[in-house]
Design a protein around this ligand. Structure first.
Ligand code: PRT
Ligand code: ZN
Length: 220
């Protein structure tokens, strides 16, 4: 049973690339909230729902554990966060936060397909997704995990290649890197907990999902 104590909880990114669009979607679905003293929790006025505002990396776990009933997060973060236990399920793609996880290399590296990465070091914030990609292609490479500034790794000789999110491509270009492989296409998704809400909240949960779905399809 959900720990929400008579209220549903929706996990959204507190600040960052998905924060505004996530709140826009929730507002367009008819939920109204007041920004209270509590920065972590926005209380919805017209339904028994709270918005939990957290780091995006925490959203898959909160939803998987039933701490939140729904969440909005990038597919890249969801995939990287998957583990052996019960996972959050994807309700629907939301059409924003689009980006692509790509392997990129400097011009000094002779590149002729994933096998060119054999024996090299690749810097990324997405070690699990990258490892799966390499394993599927029989490529043995070392992965060095960086939380940010992945694009500087080749210049600092920390790694021969990188695997990072790309949207416009400006960051790769500014760092003299060329995109070589697409590892994952990503966008923001609505995720749902495997833990059922309190029975009295199931109908509200279904109706919130339905209204979000209406908003997303009206945006085409
Ligand atoms: O604080 P918190 O942990 O919540 O936020 P965060 O810093 O981890 O994430 P944030 O806000 O930067 O991104 C949230 C989500 O937005 C990501 O998980 C993706 O799903 C999505 N997204 C969409 C992106 C991008 N586009 C993107 N371009 N996330 C990151 N980038 C970065 C990329 O890592 C690289 O540094 O932007 C740079 C590349 O952009 P271009 O335009 O130069 O190609
Ligand atoms: Zn994050």
């Amino acid at each position: 049973m959900s720990t929400a104590q008579g209220r549903l909880r929706i996990a959204v990114q507190k600040s960052g690339r998905l924060a505004d669009r996530s709140l826009d979607l929730i507002r367009d679905a008819g939920l109204k909230w007041v920004k209270g003293h509590n920065d972590l929790l926005y209380r919805v006025e017209n339904y028994p729902i709270d918005l939990l505002r957290v780091r995006d990396d925490d959203i898959p776990t909160f939803v998987a554990d039933g701490v939140c009933d729904l969440g909005i997060v990038g597919e890249n973060v969801l995939e990287e966060g998957r583990n052996g236990g019960p996972n959050a399920s994807v309700v629907m793609p939301l059409g924003f936060g689009r980006c692509t996880l790509k392997i990129a290399t400097p011009p000094t590296l002779a590149y002729d397909g994933p096998a060119s990465l054999d024996g090299l070091r690749i810097a990324t914030s997405y070690p699990k997704i990258l490892r799966r990609f390499l394993d599927e292609r029989g490529v043995k490479a070392d992965i060095v995990v960086m939380r940010g500034a992945v694009e500087v790794a080749p210049r600092l000789k920390l790694a021969a290649a990188i695997c990072d999110l790309v949207s416009t491509g400006a960051t790769l270009e500014a760092n003299g890197l060329g995109a070589k492989e697409t590892v994952l296409e990503s966008q923001a998704v609505l995720i749902q907990s495997p833990v059922a809400p309190e029975p009295g909240l199931q109908h509200l949960l279904d109706s919130v999902i339905e209204r979000m779905s209406g908003v997303v399809s009206s945006q085409g």
